[in-house]
Design a protein around this ligand. Structure first.
Ligand code: ADP
Ligand code: ADP
Length: 223
């Protein structure tokens, strides 16, 4: 369970991006729905421990996220909205390299892990190709493979479906849904359909405030 209590964020220019956000996010897939500028990315970075809020508290299980961001990072998979530079090395080699950085044991264990992740994300056939040449959908799925390396209990995915065609979008959302009920998976999106079918719980964020919280079935009629 991830618990946010009274989280606010005011940027130095005075923009109040988060205004007293209180949310309890259970294990499983959770949709954070909101229009552009609602504060979703700010909230995702804040939960990831990358940006300290102006006020409020955040707990993930036993971890006080604001006091112990390093503890959180060990169990976090974060896929930011615009993730990084796309390397010219192969998907296989990049995952293997990241597994080394994450301290995944010996070469045999790494091979098993990397092969599993490539299969899980449907990238096995392109494992030898440079990530720089991947399509948007392939990049997003590769981002999930990367995020899963450390066996995280919290996965944060910020606006992953923007720019994906319908087929890639479905493939990506099904991949997220398959991660499992023991992991908190937070999907931020401005697309109602992204959360409607796959997220048992969701919240609507607008102007930095939680406007609604519940199951899509309860909420979608009222959006
Ligand atoms: P979303 O991800 O929902 O589009 P953001 O968290 O990116 O929302 O932005 C929320 C609000 O905070 C917007 O008004 C945005 O312009 C503002 N904002 C975001 N980042 C900064 C920043 N670094 N400095 C000042 N204002 C910012
Ligand atoms: P380079 O990018 O320098 O040519 P490779 O990516 O070919 O290096 O190899 C790095 C390691 O990753 C190799 O030891 C190999 O076992 C493994 N590897 C690389 N590509 C694949 C692949 N397509 N399938 C399985 N294993 C691979």
């Amino acid at each position: 369970m991830l618990e946010l209590a009274g989280v606010s964020h005011v940027y130095p220019n005075g923009t109040r991006a988060l205004d007293n956000v209180t949310l309890s996010i259970p294990r499983g897939m959770f949709g954070l729905l909101g229009p552009n500028g609602a504060g979703k990315s700010t909230l995702m970075r804040t939960i990831a421990g990358l940006q300290a809020p102006t006020s409020g508290s955040i707990r993930f299980g036993d971890i006080d996220v604001l006091a112990e961001p390093d503890m959180l990072r060990r169990t976090l998979g974060y896929l930011p909205q615009d993730f990084g530079v796309y390397p010219r090395i192969s998907a296989y080699r990049m995952l293997d390299h990241m597994a080394v950085l994450k301290g995944v044991g010996n070469a045999g264990e790494r091979r098993e892990l990397v092969e599993h992740l490539l299969n899980q994300t449907n990238l096995w056939a392109v494992r030898g190709k440079a990530i720089a040449g991947f399509s948007g959908g392939m990049r997003q799925r590769f981002g999930i493979a990367q995020a899963l390396i450390g066996n995280p209990e919290l996965i944060i995915v910020d606006e992953p479906t923007a720019g994906l065609d319908p087929e890639e979008r479905n493939r990506f959302l099904n991949l997220l849904a398959g991660i499992g009920e023991n992991v908190v998976v937070i999907l931020s999106t401005h697309i109602v359909d992204d959360v409607a079918d796959l997220c048992p719980r969701m919240a609507v964020l607008a102007a930095g405030r939680v406007q609604l919280e519940g199951s899509p079935r309860e909420l979608i009629g009222s959006i």
